[in-house]
Design a protein around this ligand. Structure first.
Ligand SMILES: N[C@@H](CCC(=O)N[C@@H](CS)C(=O)NCC(=O)O)C(=O)O
Length: 347
């Protein structure tokens, strides 16, 4: 009898030790298949555009830059400790959602508009907004058109397939009783080339897209973007539905960039902010609280994002303002400065 108790005791002791070891093996990584796989692979798998300056664009040596690229770099800094550990997959608008749901990528950060039908679609979860946009039209200056109110039935419009752009354009022309000829292409460069060669009277997409693509035209100065904005295009990163931990990591990586700007924390002063008197600043740089643990990460996850990628303002300046694409922030200014950028508090 005594011997049996002894065996039972050793069995429970071993069981307890095994449970303890398994338990400490990062709780969140266990709950998140995506986080676990990302750590195993050693890089974040990020779906981007096929080349949209300011948002996601590769240079001649294959280095990707842009505000959409920076969301994935922020996640890599948080999860893997290195913003450089990202594998980018260029995707057309049509391909992007399937690539995510099929598991080819783990974050879709590709000027993607958050809409009800996309969000409610089985398989997709939008985590936030990294650029507030709206759809516009570009025309040749020589056409004499300065407002959409001058559009006449029969006009042709170059557009990307698989976008909200196609749908908004239909709504806009229907509402205004104008008949039109959509000229659709899958690749953005085909749309730009078709418009540039005179195949269409107008080129329509998100206004940020128009500003970016205008730089690719043979004579950008021969074209204007009309003042009207016909839709709301809140652009943001998307993850596969069903991995709540990964969803939180991506959402809060973006939020940290925005909140860091709000609190005046940037890539150069982040370390020195550890001794700030403000508890919220201290939390954002990991000197107080346990925000990292809440996401299954270490407590320097957010400090690394700010140091390696920068705050939202730094990313915007580097990618969109200084490149001349959209010199002013417009709605993409912080709420404290009259803009729309307002993220829940990281606390
Ligand atoms: N925001 C819209 C439009 C996104 C879109 O695909 N726009 C085109 C025109 S700017 C684009 O990204 N082109 C770049 C590319 O395909 O690489 C959506 O989510 O449907």
């Amino acid at each position: 009898m005594k011997k049996m108790f002894k065996h039972l005791f050793s069995f429970f002791a071993i069981f307890a030790v095994v449970m303890l070891v398994l338990g400490t093996e990062t709780m969140a990584a266990k709950k998140s298949k995506t986080l676990k796989n990302t750590i195993k692979k050693g890089f974040v798998r990020c779906g981007v555009s096929q080349g949209l300056p300011g948002f996601s664009n590769a240079d001649a040596s294959g280095n990707w830059t842009g505000v959409d690229v920076d969301v994935c770099r922020a996640v890599a800094a948080a999860v893997l400790g290195d913003a450089g550990k990202v594998k980018f997959t260029p995707l057309s608008a049509k391909e992007r959602f399937t690539a995510l749901t099929a598991g080819e990528i783990d974050i879709l950060s590709r000027n993607t508009t958050w809409t009800l039908s996309r969000d409610a679609d089985i398989g997709l979860t939008f985590v936030g907004v990294n650029f507030y946009d709206g759809q516009g039209f570009m025309v040749r200056k020589a056409s004499g058109i300065t407002s959409t109110s001058q559009f006449k039935s029969g006009l042709s419009a170059c557009v990307n397939i698989g976008t909200t752009t196609e749908l908004n354009m239909r709504d806009f022309f229907t509402a205004n009783g104008i008949t039109y000829e959509p000229v659709v292409f899958e690749k953005a460069d085909e749309v730009v080339a078709a418009y540039d060669s005179g195949r269409c009277d107008t080129y329509t997409t998100d206004k940020s897209g128009l500003a970016a693509q205008r730089t690719k035209l043979s004579n950008p100065d021969d074209h204007i973007v009309l003042p009207e904005t016909i839709s709301k295009e809140p652009l943001g990163p998307v993850v596969r539905q069903g991995d709540a931990v990964w969803e939180d990591i991506v959402r809060w990586s973006l939020n940290v960039m925005i909140e860091a700007e709000e609190y005046g924390i940037n890539s150069s002063n982040a370390d020195s902010m550890k001794t700030s008197k403000n508890p919220q600043i201290k939390r954002l740089v990991g000197a107080e609280g346990e925000l990292g643990a809440a996401l299954g990460l270490d407590n320097d996850w957010s400090l690394r994002i700010i140091k390696q990628v920068g705050n939202y303002g730094e990313s915007y300046k580097r990618n969109i303002a200084d490149t001349g694409i959209l010199p002013t922030r417009g709605p993409n200014e912080l709420w404290t400065k009259g803009g729309l950028l307002y993220v829940p508090p990281a606390r």
